[in-house]
Design a protein around this ligand. Structure first.
Ligand code: AGP
Length: 607
């Protein structure tokens, strides 16, 4: 939800911190701050709003000289987005400054305790208890004080700390929040995400829960809570700076929509060998499958909707029952999950708190967990029994696009893999492998076939409310299409199974009400067409998304978006693209902050 960054080196810290924060701004963007240390102590600078304001306030860092420091970009949880609540927070004695990503669940009892001991609080945040605890436990050794402090905390945290007694040193701790160390030459770093590091180094150390790091300009040391130094592997970040930049596009979202053909290629191609799907990641899963009676897919938001669309392919090709369950609901449902359940967890970030909780709950009931994740080394990837990476590259826009379609492509591959592994009768796996391989091309066509989408956005952007309808896989796409529209354009967008309208919702259809009808599933075109006619009869204005050459819809719909014909089982990945573009252009017409929509953050690490 928030982003943290730290730097120690031979050059100035502030410009590196500000640059890192710009890269992390997608994680949270209601306030920001840096703390830089030099001979005269710690200099803190904070603003409400965006990093651009912090750059202005510090004159791009020139006003905060020093060679080590920490920074933070915030998505408010405890306390409003004010300067007082912005990080870094200082200890009362001014010796320590900290930044924190995560939530301290027991902060209020700690706050009372610290107040009774005379500590004065400047903010309403949960974070501030941490810096006072550090001051309380500090007896000359920062790491020891950090261990004692973290022993008192319940919740999740990635912490960055500086101390005036340790010039040139930065400290970091991780528990259930992402934290990566960047290993440079004469400069070292930490950050919530590798996007903040790639401009400086490609050498990364992924910290695990319960680990403590101490960095100077030429050393990177990681310890466990007993003070034992750990041998950590240095991994190579495989993508470059350009991958995390806009590359000439006005917004990351548009760039990421356009990247989908390449992203799906990267996901699919290495896993197709000799006309078969090969998952090196799933070597011992075939044995586990002998005992599996059902699959449960759990996730949040778009990742959940990918699961809803993927369920059709998994059930059709694998012939195993598949249930989908929102992660935020699953853990409170006393779920029927046991050692005969394969839990498929889907998450772009790999850090979503609800998804992690659902996964832990299911594991405790004996489920075998297979995760589909984009961010390498993330919490979900580490906790799962098996992880399939989507390899979509960095996704910066808060609204997911290539994250969602690459998740779908993995679910499609899994459905073929199940058919191969379980020997499902009457499934021509070769046909589906070819279909899968054609998806990047079909997605490109789906982009190219809709040059009029920005014009349609001008026609529809001023409506306050939109309905999305569809049947079966088209319904799953309608769910995701409506979410895209809501989150970036702030229009009310509601999705319904087309056949369900007449059971109540059709009462809302009146003159000029826009209805986006997803009508690509050839088997069901006539059925959805009759629902389109029902809403048209009540005055609705219909924008239909359908397959090119569908002559039945053309005379009925007011406006049209097209995709190339594609088998219904794998069509969601192609169908969603014009709806992503529609949401993008509607948001643009409405002057919305497309990459950083209000009230949202890229990875939702609170329940
Ligand atoms: C998608 O556009 C949303 N920003 C959101 O629904 C997202 O898909 C959800 O929060 C899950 O995130 P994850 O894939 O990182 O777990």
């Amino acid at each position: 939800m928030c982003g943290i960054v730290g730097f120690t080196g031979t050059g100035e810290a502030a410009p590196v911190l500000l640059d890192g924060l710009k890269k992390l701004e997608y994680r949270g963007y209601d306030s920001a701050g840096i703390a830089v240390m030099n001979d005269s102590g710690i200099n803190v600078s904070k603003v409400t709003g965006r990093i651009a304001g912090l750059c202005e306030k510090t004159d791009n860092g020139a006003k905060t000289p020093g060679t080590s420091g920490i920074g933070h970009t915030r998505w408010a949880t405890h306390g409003a987005p004010t300067e007082e609540n912005a990080h870094p927070h200082l200890s009362n004695d001014g010796k320590f400054a900290i930044v924190h990503n995560g939530i301290i669940e027991n902060f209020s009892s700690l706050r009372e305790e610290l107040k009774s001991r005379g500590y004065v609080f400047e903010s309403e945040t949960d974070t501030e208890v941490i810096v006072h605890l550090i001051e309380m436990y500090y007896k000359g050794n920062v790491r020891e004080a950090l261990v004692k402090t973290t022993n008192r905390l319940r919740g999740s945290y990635a912490l960055g700390v500086i101390c005036t007694d340790e010039p040139g040193k930065i400290f970091a701790v991780r528990e259930s929040s992402p934290l990566i160390l960047g290993v440079g030459v004469g400069d070292n770093y930490f950050a919530s995400d590798v996007t903040a590091l790639v401009a400086y180094t490609r050498n990364a150390v992924y910290m695990e829960d319960g680990e403590y790091a101490e960095l100077t300009n030429d050393t990177v040391k990681v310890y466990d809570c007993t003070g034992q130094e750990l041998e950590k592997e240095v991994s190579r970040i495989t993508w470059d700076v350009q991958a995390a930049e806009k590359g000439g596009y006005e917004h990351f979202m548009l760039k990421e929509i356009m990247e989908q053909p390449a992203a799906l290629k990267a996901t699919i191609e290495p896993r197709v060998r000799d006309g078969k799907i090969v998952f090196d990641e799933l070597k011992d899963l075939p044995d586990v499958l002998k005992n599996i009676r059902k699959i449960v897919i759990t996730a949040c938001g778009s990742a959940y909707y990918a699961g809803c669309a993927g369920k059709y392919a998994l059930e059709s090709l694998g012939r195993i029952p598949v249930e989908t369950e929102l992660a935020s609901e699953l853990r409170y449902n006393n779920p029927l999950i046991d050692e005969h359940t394969l839990l498929i967890v889907i998450s772009q970030s790999g850090e979503t708190a609800d998804t992690i909780a659902a996964m832990k709950e299911s594991k405790s009931r004996g489920a075998h967990v297979l995760a589909i994740v984009n961010v390498v080394g993330s919490t979900i990837a580490k906790l799962a029994d098996h992880t399939i990476y989507t390899w979509a590259g960095p996704e910066i826009a808060v609204a997911t696009t290539k994250g969602y379609t690459t998740q779908l492509s993995v679910l499609y591959m899994l459905s073929i893999w199940f058919a191969q592994t379980l020997g499902t009768k009457d499934v021509d796996t070769g046909y589906y492998v070819n279909l899968l391989k054609s998806l990047p091309r079909l997605i490109q066509q789906s982009i190219d076939m809709n040059p009029s989408v920005s014009g349609l956005a001008r026609k529809y952007h001023s409506n306050r409310s939109l309905f999305f309808i569809g049947r079966n896989t088209d319904y799953a796409v309608a769910l995701e299409g409506a979410l895209k529209m809501k989150e970036i354009s702030y229009l009310h967008a509601e999705s319904y199974a087309a056949g369900e309208l007449k059971h109540g919702t059709i009462a809302l259809i009146e003159e000029h009400q826009p209805v986006i009808a997803v009508c690509c599933n050839e088997r069901l075109i006539e059925k959805t067409l009759s629902n389109i006619i029902e809403v048209k009869a009540r005055g609705a204005k219909v924008l239909a998304l359908t397959i090119s050459g569908n002559k039945k819809i053309v005379p009925v719909a007011d406006d049209l978006l097209f995709i190339p014909p594609v088998d219904e089982l794998f069509s969601a990945a192609v169908e969603i693209v014009p709806l992503q573009l529609l949401a993008y252009y509607v948001a643009k017409e409405n002057g919305c902050d497309i990459d950083k929509p209000k009230n949202l953050a890229k990875s939702v690490t609170v329940e």
